[in-house]
Design a protein around this ligand. Structure first.
Ligand code: 13P
Ligand code: SF4
Length: 318
């Protein structure tokens, strides 16, 4: 059932909800994790803000909490559950899915394996469902995709679902054949960036450096001064001496960079680069998940065990 997204709130309403959440969080001994793509008002009440892998690792290590509220999209909360199966993991809005994750099913992996009839390992991005991870050999993130593929030590891999991340891996490892599954998997947010718009922004800020996520199209990656994962972009933003930085990734991360480094100017490379799926989580829903302990992530044991194997293989290889 799709949940209704409330209209924009006043600063007073935000402060009131945040206060309610902080109180409930204490009472329930809950740990709140938020992805960088969440609205700042949610990031502010989180115990930890991070990228998908960092948050899952934090969920794995959060042994003292009674429950975890995972403000992100569904596959992220699932990954957290796989890494900490005994923990109660709640997602504020169960309808917050990732359209990229939905583009590679377990059935598609099985069919592709049969089609090729060769022993080719299947590497899937963490942006996949637990079922898909269970059907794969190993997972990867945007930070470690090339390292995972390199350390597999093979000449050919199936890679899904993001085609652009696969092309980025191929560029880093030209000797490896990277076969995309599906053929054209993509993130609708990162695909929105284009060279013409970035060049227009550069006219206004000629000294600006450009940073891009590897889910962006190859031509955008080619003109970027730096291509990196969410965590890498956060680090770049902190360390760079550039005053103006054009950023090709989701708006939440750009808001965060501007919040953390007010002396620098981070410019979103396309103002429509907003993940509406991530924004399905709201303060009201974070409060409700604490209050009613609702929308728990449940993964069947068989899927859990196989998906865990693929994730642990990633840790072994990196
Ligand atoms: P990270 O794994 O870098 O957090 O990114 C997740 C994502 O959804 C990118 O679009
Ligand atoms: Fe999925 Fe793209 Fe949104 Fe990331 S930004 S959660 S890949 S739709």
């Amino acid at each position: 059932m799709a949940l209704k997204i409330p209209a924009k709130k006043t600063p007073e309403e935000i402060a009131k909800l945040q206060q309610e959440i902080r109180k409930l969080k204490k009472e329930k001994n809950a740990f709140i994790l938020a992805h960088y793509y969440q609205e700042l008002e949610i990031q502010e009440i989180a115990d930890l803000v991070g990228d998908s892998l960092g948050l899952s690792e934090a969920a794995r290590d959060a042994k003292d909490a009674k429950m975890i509220i995972f403000a992100g999209v569904h596959f992220m909360a699932e990954t957290a559950k796989i890494l900490n199966p005994k923990m109660k993991i709640l997602i504020p809005n169960p309808d917050a899915g990732c359209p990229l994750a939905d583009q590679c099913s377990a059935e598609l992996i099985e069919a592709t394996r049969k089609e090729y009839d060769e022993d080719i390992p299947v590497v899937v991005y963490v942006n996949t469902t637990a079922e898909t991870k269970a059907a794969a050999d190993v997972t990867c993130t945007s930070s470690n995709a090339a390292t995972v593929v390199k350390n597999l030590g093979v000449k050919k891999v199936f890679f899904g679902p993001d085609k652009n991340l696969g092309l980025y891996v191929k560029k880093t490892l030209p000797d490896v054949e990277v076969i995309p599954i599906p053929k054209n998997g993509h993130c609708y947010v990162h695909r929105r960036f284009d060279v013409a718009t970035i060049n227009e922004i550069k006219k206004q800020y000629p000294d600006a450096v450009v940073i891009a996520h590897p889910e962006c199209n190859p031509e955008v990656q080619d003109i970027a001064d730096f291509v990196g994962s969410t965590a890498a972009m956060i680090y770049f933003g902190k360390e760079t001496e550039a005053k103006n930085v054009i950023v090709a990734t989701e708006k939440g991360l750009v808001d965060r960079l501007n919040h953390d480094h007010p002396e620098k100017n981070f410019i979103l490379a396309k103002d429509t680069a907003i993940c509406k799926n991530m924004k399905k989580n709201t303060l009201e829903l974070v409060r409700d998940s604490l209050l009613y302990e609702q929308h728990e992530i449940i993964i069947p044991k068989e899927i859990h065990d196989k998906a865990e194997k693929a994730i642990l293989r990633m840790f072994e290889l990196t």
